[in-house]
Design a protein around this ligand. Structure first.
Ligand code: URP
Ligand code: ZN
Ligand code: ZN
Length: 447
């Protein structure tokens, strides 16, 4: 469990504002000391870090564990998805409640919170707002009190009953702003999507049509509309899974917009849809062009992307059978296990500062989602969520060692740097790359 003392000795601690050669002492699930040299207490387990980096456990602000998508449920539930998360160094996940037709917002969150009890990673929730009646908006302050202060809307998915029009979104934004919360948005303009899709043969199975049906122009239009809503209401608006140069450009200069992107939009392109397993890459928004990936990398370097999330929503090969109309393919791909490993390989291999990676995967999500002071930073008083990585251990041969309950991975074969050791609130959950049994995760109210 997490009561004992552990000393991480001799590593390089990575924080958003710099690298520090320091020993880190863990006790009672917390980081209790961080100094250049700490004499090990007699009863402490000493972990030699040598050339290793010591990072804060990552916070994945965007997962969908065991949710209905089209005709099926995403393949990782909270139990299997959180095992995958811990194996990859994600010690906190933030998932979403799903609002049932007859449910109040509070009921939907409480139901999801019960499901999330199966998580081994610590877990917080955002509330999906897929209706905007007065009674529902009136619930928002009570949810904030209950530790839910991020609310997500969709500008598309009309057929799934999840979309709100922009007037309704503006009403939600006002209510969220009044309650001191944050609005999240899946930004693809449904009208632009509808017009693009109408030009295509809906019975065709070719997954490449998914990218044509959901063009970057749809993202850019929705981002523009959300920028205006942020200005009108003063509500901070967090754009999830930014995928395109056009979307980024629309977000630039909009004070109130915060931007998340995901590894799939940085590392993969729409060429993947031409592969024999192309249907497996269907996710919304779709994969884009190489130019889009480069624009996103530039935005990361420039500080115009604020967080990295995964939109973890994996499926098994049998869940996306070949030959079905492209619009019926369940949308989503997994990523919670590979977020940190893929990005570590890219950042360290490409000479990008690891400090920036820690900002994107830990410090910024903690600050935006009400976890600062507890999560996201290697510092005295913080939860001992710690990841030790050996920078020389990059490999492309990791697929067989995954913990995710799926038989396919969008990133298989790409370089990745998996953690050597992971602690979640002081409990060692990964030892030399192997996942250990872990006690349940805790629910994290956003404060
Ligand atoms: O295709 C995706 N991204 N599926 C998960 C739901 C969403 O839109 O984030
Ligand atoms: Zn989405
Ligand atoms: Zn999502």
């Amino acid at each position: 469990m997490n009561g004992g003392k552990t000393l991480l000795r001799g590593g390089t601690v990575v924080r958003g504002d710099g690298l520090i050669e320091a020993d880190v002492l863990i006790e009672g699930g917390k980081i209790v000391r961080m100094e250049q040299i700490i004499t090990p207490p007699d009863d402490a387990e000493v972990i030699e870090c040598g050339d290793a980096l010591v990072l804060p456990g990552a916070i994945d602000p965007h997962t969908h564990m065991g949710v209905p998508i089209k005709s099926i449920t995403s393949a990782d539930d909270f139990a299997s998805g959180s095992r995958a998360a811990l194996h990859g160094g994600v010690t906190t996940i933030l998932d979403f409640s799903v609002l049932g037709e007859e449910e109040t917002l509070l009921e939907s969150v409480r139901r999801r919170r019960t499901e999330a009890e199966a998580s081994l990673a610590d877990v917080g929730l955002h509330a999906n707002v897929t209706r905007a009646d007065e009674a529902l908006l009136a619930e928002i302050p009570a949810l904030v009190e209950e530790g839910i202060r991020s609310f997500k809307v969709f500008t598309t998915y009309r057929e799934a009953g999840m979309m709100l029009d922009y007037d309704a979104i503006e009403r939600v934004a006002r209510a969220v702003a009044d309650a001191g919360g944050l609005l999240m948005v899946h930004a693809e303009d449904d009208q632009v999507v509808g017009e693009a899709a109408a030009k295509l043969d809906a019975s065709a199975a070719n997954p490449a049509l998914h990218a044509e049906a959901r063009p970057a122009a749809a993202e850019a239009e929705a981002v523009r509309r959300m920028g205006k809503i942020a200005r009108n209401t003063g509500c901070p608006v967090y754009v999830v899974h930014m995928s395109s140069a056009a979307g980024l450009e629309a977000a630039m200069g909009e004070e109130g917009l915060l931007v998340e992107t995901c590894p799939q939009y940085l590392l993969l392109t729409q060429e993947a849809y031409a592969r024999p397993d192309g249907r497996m890459f269907v996710a919304s928004p779709p994969l884009r062009t190489r130019e889009d990936t480069l624009a996103l990398w530039r935005a990361i370097a420039a500080g115009d992307v604020h967080t990295l999330g995964t939109d973890h929503c994996p499926f098994r090969i049998e869940d996306k059978p070949a030959g079905q109309p492209f619009g019926s393919i369940p949308n989503g791909i997994g990523g919670v296990e590979t977020l940190l490993p893929l990005m570590l390989a890219q950042f360290l291999g490409g000479g990008l500062p690891p400090e920036r990676l820690v900002q994107l995967t830990a410090e910024a999500p903690a600050a935006l989602f009400g976890l600062a002071g507890r999560k996201g930073r290697v510092a005295e008083g913080m939860d001992a969520d710690l990841v030790v990585v050996d920078p020389s251990a990059v490999t492309t041969d990791w697929f067989g060692a995954r913990e995710s309950g799926t038989d396919w991975d969008a990133f298989a074969g790409l370089p990745a740097l998996f953690p050597r050791d992971v602690w979640r609130r002081g409990e060692r959950v990964v030892e030399r790359g192997r996942l250990l049994d872990a006690s349940p995760g805790e629910f994290l109210p956003a404060r």
